[in-house]
Write a protein that binds this ligand. Structure first.
Ligand code: IDP
Ligand code: MG
Length: 149
């Protein structure tokens, strides 16, 4: 079963959006298999955003993600990687559709509330970067036959 890495960034946590965001993934029918709140080290931030290290916004991005608590999660489900990106919305919240998390709650590209893996390879790398195997729980919600045929 496919898994993706999702992180509520410090702006989402500070603004009290943790419950709202988790609720959207739950109600969609995905399964929560990992969850923790943490202070992100600069080392973890720089590794996580390594692909952007030459971008002009990299330093600000690392400063921001290390500036307050982050809620890191792993969600499981058929097609969850691409579907989570749709639930999250466009990178710039001003371009994100209403009904998406960034579209409903964001107003600035540097404060876009949430991260989601963009492809199977990045999902695998990011899950391994943020979670140990022991922190992930494999389980089958009993309601699953009503969510997935
Ligand atoms: P994504 O989060 O939608 O995958 P990426 O292009 O991977 O977007 O960029 C990673 C993060 O870097 C974004 O979520 C956003 O926080 C930040 N970012 C991207 N582009 C800009 C920019 O032009 N200015 C400031 N921050 C940016
Ligand atoms: Mg990205």
């Amino acid at each position: 079963m496919e898994r993706t890495f999702i992180a509520i960034k410090p702006d989402g946590v500070q603004r009290g959006l943790v419950g709202e965001i988790i609720g959207r993934f739950e109600k969609k029918g995905f399964t929560l298999v990992g969850l923790k709140a943490l202070s992100v080290s600069r080392e973890l931030a720089e590794q996580h955003y390594g692909v952007h290290k030459d971008k002009p916004f990299f330093a600000g991005l690392v400063d921001f993600i290390t500036s307050g608590p982050v809620v890191a999660m792993v969600w499981e489900g058929d097609g969850v990687i691409a579907s989570a990106r749709k639930l999250i919305g466009a990178t710039n919240p001003l371009n994100a559709e209403p009904g998406t998390i960034r579209g409903d709650f964001g107003a600035n590209i540097g404060r876009n509330i949430i991260h989601g893996s963009d492809a199977p390879e990045t999902a695998q790398t990011e899950i391994a970067l943020w979670f140990t195997d022991a922190e992930l729980v494999s389980w089958q919600p009993t309601i699953m036959p009503w969510i997935h045929e």
